[in-house]
Design a protein around this ligand. Structure first.
Ligand SMILES: Cc1cc2nc3c(=O)[nH]c(=O)nc-3n(C[C@H](O)[C@H](O)[C@H](O)COP(=O)(O)OP(=O)(O)OC[C@H]3O[C@@H](n4cnc5c(N)ncnc54)[C@H](O)[C@@H]3O)c2cc1C
Length: 363
């Protein structure tokens, strides 16, 4: 099918939901999900290929962000930590795109440092009562369910909270300019009552669950964005061949062609890193280090290539409706979502035995 022509147009919040649901109907959320859970039973290579294709045709970083928040924020945590009953209840609708999910970690006072998370869950006879405020959460205004992280007896734990739960307010707050087609919002939990069967994973497993979800997101969110970078490079090459300056095409100027050569090298480096994550994941190996390296390298590459693309287009690149300018903002956002570039460096340093994140053992 021609995905590009059939993908609903972007626009308001409803359009964002339709676009995500369309991706679900096309089977995008079935990739790398076992057959017995309603997936295609294939591996991460196929997932990456499908995301790459989508990025190339849609050129929409916001949509890629929404898709990844849905997959790694809700589908995979349910697959990995859900009880049989939870999987049967939630996964079919999330995988088909009938329901939209995401994950809510960040709070106004806690971004990079999740040890500062303050949202709480208290046990009652019927279930849990949640209180707190989550911020900058992708998909919030269109989400049916979010995996929300909160302190239960001072132990970080995960809960499934629905948009229609009493005391849960999934608010639309389009404060961020990058990835503008992704919906984003605040979640206010005010004595939000949820039944006992909505706890996901064990009490105190929140930290590990967040790390696992973010590792997967960091490893694969750039698959779709690499598709966009392929489009970006093709556009720039075409422009450099058409635009005439002093009797020669723009690309004949080495200052321009070298920038384009750099864009190509960055793009291929990103793809090599995503494929390294595929290799590790399909071999059931750990991706903690590789996913942090992939996220760091790819987001910095995306930003530099987006700046180069705007530069090569001259004033045209700065026109408000120009997609290349929008990609610069998207790339700035990409340095923050799933953990900032600085946090990736901290993770890498700690994993190779140095830096602030590395604690020396006493025994
Ligand atoms: C488009 C977008 C989508 C998002 N979607 C979600 C979502 O779905 N769910 C969710 O929970 N969150 C989401 N977030 C929030 C995101 O996870 C945070 O923005 C990110 O973790 C950084 O937190 P912060 O913005 O509070 O910055 P801060 O943590 O306040 O950091 C500010 C700056 O200081 C730097 N910094 C912080 N600590 C250190 C350090 N130790 N060493 C060096 N530098 C440091 C950071 O890199 C950053 O540049 C999203 C953010 C964006 C932009």
């Amino acid at each position: 099918m021609n995905f590009a022509t059939q993908l609903p147009k972007s626009g308001n919040r409803l359009a964002s939901k339709s676009r995500l649901q369309f991706c679900g109907q096309q089977g995008l959320f079935k990739q790398a999900v076992p057959k017995e859970l309603g997936g295609l039973g294939n591996g991460f290579q196929e997932l990456v290929e499908a995301h790459l294709k989508l990025g190339k045709v849609c050129q929409d970083t916001g949509l890629i962000l929404s898709i990844n928040a849905h997959i790694w924020g809700s589908i995979f945590p349910l697959m990995l930590y859900g009880t049989e009953k939870q999987k049967n209840t939630w996964l079919p609708a999330l995988i088909s795109g009938e329901m939209i999910g995401g994950h809510a970690i960040t709070e106004p006072q806690a971004g990079s440092d999740i040890s500062l998370l303050q949202a709480t869950a208290t046990v009652t006879e019927e279930g849990f009562v949640l209180n707190g405020h989550k911020r900058f959460i992708t998909n919030t205004p269109i989400a049916d369910v979010l995996v929300i992280y909160a302190q239960l007896d001072s132990k970080l734990s995960a809960f499934l909270v629905c948009s229609d739960d009493i005391g849960a307010d999934f608010k639309d707050s389009p404060e961020v300019v990058g990835c503008k087609t992704a919906t984003m919002g605040d979640v206010h939990l005010t004595n939000c009552h949820i039944p006992l069967n909505r706890q996901l994973g064990k009490t105190g497993a929140g930290n590990m669950m967040i790390q696992n979800a973010l590792e997967l997101e960091r490893a694969f969110i750039f698959a779709g964005i690499i598709g966009i970078m392929q489009w970006q490079l093709a556009e720039v090459i075409q422009y450099s061949r058409q635009r005439m300056i002093q009797g020669e095409h723009l690309g004949a100027n080495q200052a321009i062609s070298h920038k384009i050569a750099d864009m190509k090298c960055r793009l291929d480096t990103c793809l090599l890193w995503v494929n390294e994550c595929v290799r590790l994941k399909d071999a059931e190996k750990r991706i903690s280090l590789a996913s942090a390296q992939t996220k760091l390298i790819a987001s910095e590459a995306f930003l530099q290539s987006s700046l180069d693309a705007v530069h090569i287009l001259g004033a045209k690149g700065l026109m408000q409706e120009n997609k290349m300018l929008e990609l610069v903002q998207d790339a700035m956002a990409s340095r923050l979502f799933s953990g900032s570039s600085e946090m990736q460096k901290n993770i890498i340093a700690a994993l190779i035995g140095t830096g602030t994140g590395f604690k020396t053992r006493k025994n």
